[in-house]
Design a protein around this ligand. Structure first.
Ligand code: DGP
Length: 114
């Protein structure tokens, strides 16, 4: 499995605006925000895509989701609402092959997405 720019962020080889960290999860602001709040939640143990996730990753995937939900609650926009998205491979719009959740908030988000 190849390294990605997110691996460099985890290892602090390149800077990022980190907003949350625990032993398994790192969250930082997206370089190209699509909403007033746009944070990426990534596992420190790289999995390329959601399609590569295995049954043994179930707890890690749950931790990613709960990390995003906890951040939304702490930051005070959970009641107003938000969106959590995973882009999987080419047609899903994935550009960085280190599984991540996008947390988008702070404006009314349209549906369906483009
Ligand atoms: P995706 O298209 O789902 O693979 O999302 C990748 C996101 O990662 C995209 O919204 C832009 C963001 N991104 C790419 N490179 C960097 C970086 O070096 N730093 C930060 N903070 N975000 C990045």
């Amino acid at each position: 499995m190849g390294d990605t720019i997110f691996g460099k962020i985890i290892r602090r080889e390149i800077p990022a605006d980190i907003v949350y960290e625990d032993d398994e999860v790192l969250a930082f602001r997206d370089l190209n925000p699509q909403a007033p709040v746009h944070v990426l939640f990534i596992p420190k143990r790289a999995i390329p895509t959601l399609d590569d996730a295995q049954p043994e990753d179930v707890a890690l995937l749950g931790r990613l989701l709960l990390a995003a939900a906890g951040y939304a609650r702490r930051e005070g926009f959970a009641e107003q609402g938000y969106r959590v998205v995973n882009n999987c491979r080419e047609y899903g719009g994935q550009t960085v092959y280190h599984l991540h959740l996008h947390l988008l908030a702070g404006r009314h988000l349209g549906w369906p997405p483009g």
